[in-house]
Design a protein. Sequence first.
Length: 270
Amino acid sequence: MASPPDIRHVTASNPGLLTLEGTNQYLLGKDEITVVDVALSAGGNIDRIIEQAESMGGKKIEKILLTHIHSDHCGGALALKKRTGAKLGISRRRRGYLGGEDFSYDEGDEIPYDGGSVTVVHTPGHESGHCCFYEPALKDLLTGDHILGRGTTVIPPPDGDMADYIRSLEKLLSLDIRRLLPGHGPVVTDPYGKIREYIDHRVMRERAVLRCLGEGEQTIPVITERIYTDTPAALHHVAQWSVEAHLLKLIADKKVRREGGRYFLLPERA
Ligand SMILES: [Zn+2]
């Protein structure tokens, strides 16, 4: 069997502190193209996706898949569907979120495209319905915001969940992956190194949060200030979400308790 055509991408013109150079929107297929994530309808983004599809020899865009429902990944989905008549898919857990979805998917589902198929890997953490898409013939994993090409992703509670996030990272280690194709930033050619780095990073942050609590710090802003010294101050309000996510995980682990807006270490049980 011929190997599937390479996956192409169009980076949307929505650069920023969280979106890096912009959202990477991926195109799969030959005559009929499947698009993964559509960041926005403005700024000629829809035209650029259609042009890319045509340059791949695509005669039509037949399907749109979404990694998750944050606006920088689904903001242009309905506009692309309207322009092309493509069928729009969404995580089963998010069905109805946009309105106008044609199908939904969940863990383990195989979604065919022209030239191959992708398997859905449910990866909650950044967003509870987040899905990665695995192309087994190419061994490429489209990671959305679960793993970025550079820096780390944000875990915003209450929908974002740190324990889920770490589990969703560990889950990827069992896949046979050649490349990670992230929602933001460059392609990752050392997938397992990156996944391990991401897991280690969260373990390191959790230890740092525990250390701060041990030293008597009690509030999210102060703990963030203390441990996010490697992060630009403009991102500290976002980093506070991740600190909160760590604290919620530690509460669930029975290592921390909360009183009002203050957090305290629980004595270790023998
Ligand atoms: Zn994003």
